[in-house]
Design a protein around this ligand. Structure first.
Ligand SMILES: [Zn+2]
Length: 487
């Protein structure tokens, strides 16, 4: 099969072609985990037990895991030895997650500047797998996984989440997660992986012309699940709804992650695919993982995975359910490159527990997205993109859109028109968007020919070009605190 392996460039950095679905990606990565099957099995077994633990048992487990991590970081990670020494602290001073506030926040800039000193000295070089993630500003951030083990543990957590909607390893899955597969030469935009169980479909070739073939291929593949970036699944869902295409009868749930899931996306996907949308929130840095359950769409934070703090705009920890804060998280499973109080630049709203499912995990009511997904109003307030309803009929004749901001209180809505788009659409669209943005934001509509995907194959609805911060004042830093550079 002729294939086009595309390596993309963004900001001068070449991403390893892991998003081009060649035979070295999925299956090979899965095989790489095999020697770590014991790690997978142990983690999975722990999670099967801990899911019904009481709040006290979870807190005790977390406190113990945290002290193990801090002892290790102090002994073996030069950066953290320095952080402790500069503050006259020893790991024993931090007994509970609440005491973590004694340590500074780790920003992306700190991570990049100190990466060499963040590597644990008691692991051989072969244990380090270098990983990069696209930062919210498009600048990739690099860090290390423990080769094999980190991905094996991640799988155990993901499998535990997906168990909630009945996922089994033998299930057929369609994967729509930013991959580049196939080429226009042979009209094949997908490829099977994992012994034929997964059909990985290209996110980069989905057009009005090719989508009928996608729909046909999915129907013949008879998947039980669709794993997707919400923005990619939306392209397929909108097409299906507009052409009154019936849902795939075999699909039991849409598994959505790696991007914010907006309420309008959830209802669009549930409607077009006629099934449950199941989403989770996490990051490649593996500091936080939280997912929906059988009974609720609130995100259940895995306390075994990381310690999550929410820091409000006033710089204080968020304590009241319903309040939003920036997610600062500490990974409990990665000892080769510990990330303690890592500033994720994501904003989430504290939920109220416990959930009726019986788990005593802390809850997030919703994840409002990256700080870069907020619009700054003329009064300097932050308007979360998540509150906007973008699935009104005002967008019916819009093929693609993207909000763009570079000045306070001013937003440009870039749109790619469908052929039927006329003056009345423009007026209607303007009124609808103007209304959702309120009085303190000026909207300008601009017509563009195309809106490209990011290097990671994601479709961004908001592009924020201002140095935006969630906190009204910077997080408290003592005189040793890392200088927190504006993006
Ligand atoms: Zn629940």
């Amino acid at each position: 099969m002729a294939e086009e392996y595309v390596r993309r460039r963004e900001n001068g950095v070449v991403y390893p072609g892991d998003k081009a679905c060649d035979r070295d990606s999925f299956t090979a990565r899965a095989l790489e985990i095999l020697p770590f099957y014991t790690t997978y099995r142990e983690t999975y077994a722990l999670l099967r037990r801990s899911r019904w633990w009481s709040r006290e048992e979870l807190l005790a487990y977390q406190a113990e895991a945290l002290s193990r991590l801090l002892d290790h970081a102090y002994e073996n990670v030069p950066y953290y030895r320095r952080v402790f020494d500069e503050r006259d602290l020893v790991p024993a001073d931090i007994r509970t997650p609440g005491d973590l506030a004694l340590l500074p926040i780790l920003t992306r800039e700190d991570l990049q500047k100190n990466l060499a000193d963040l590597k644990a000295r008691n692991y051989p070089e072969s244990a380090f797998e270098y990983v990069t993630t696209g930062g919210s500003t498009g600048i990739p951030v690099g860090f290390y996984y423990e080769r094999g083990a980190s991905r094996a543990k991640e799988w155990a957590f993901m499998k535990t989440q997906w168990d909630r909607v009945g996922y089994r390893f033998t299930d057929r899955c369609v994967v729509l997660r930013g991959y580049i597969v196939g080429s226009a030469r042979d009209d094949v935009y997908w490829k099977k992986a994992l012994l034929g169980r997964w059909l990985v479909m290209s996110s980069h070739h989905m057009t009005e012309e090719t989508l009928p073939a996608y729909v046909d291929r999915i129907r013949r593949f008879r998947p039980r699940f669709i794993q997707a970036y919400p923005s990619t699944a939306v392209v397929l869902a909108r097409y299906m709804r507009e052409h009154e295409i019936e849902a795939f009868p075999t699909v039991r749930a849409i598994l959505c992650g790696s991007e914010s899931l907006y309420p309008w996306q959830r209802s669009l996907l549930a409607g077009a695919f006629g099934c449950r949308v199941f989403s989770w929130y996490g990051n490649s840095e593996q500091t936080v993982l939280a997912g929906e359950c059988e009974e609720s769409a609130h995100y259940h934070i895995f306390p075994e995975y990381g310690v999550v703090e929410l820091i409000g705009r006033d710089g204080r920890p968020v304590e009241r359910p319903g309040e939003a804060g920036e997610v600062v998280a500490t990974n409990l499973t990665n000892f080769v490159c510990p990330l303690i109080r890592y500033r994720t630049m994501d904003v989430a709203v504290l939920g109220e527990g416990p959930c009726s499912c019986g788990r005593n995990y802390p809850l997030l009511e919703k994840v409002e997205g990256r700080v870069q997904d907020f619009i700054v109003t003329g009064k300097g307030e932050l308007l979360p993109g998540i509150t906007m309803n973008i699935d009104t009929d005002a967008f019916d004749n819009v093929k693609q859109f993207q909000f763009y901001q570079e000045k306070v209180g001013e937003v440009i809505l870039n749109i790619v028109k469908k052929p039927a788009f006329g003056d009345r659409d423009a007026d209607y669209l303007f009124r609808e968007v103007d209304r959702s943005c309120g009085d303190d934001v000026t909207i300008t509509i601009r017509y563009v020919d195309a809106i490209p995907l990011t290097a990671r194959g994601k479709y961004r609805y908001f592009v924020q070009n201002m140095p935006i911060r969630f906190g009204e004042r910077e997080f408290a830093q003592d005189e040793h605190g890392s200088s927190d550079v504006s993006a």
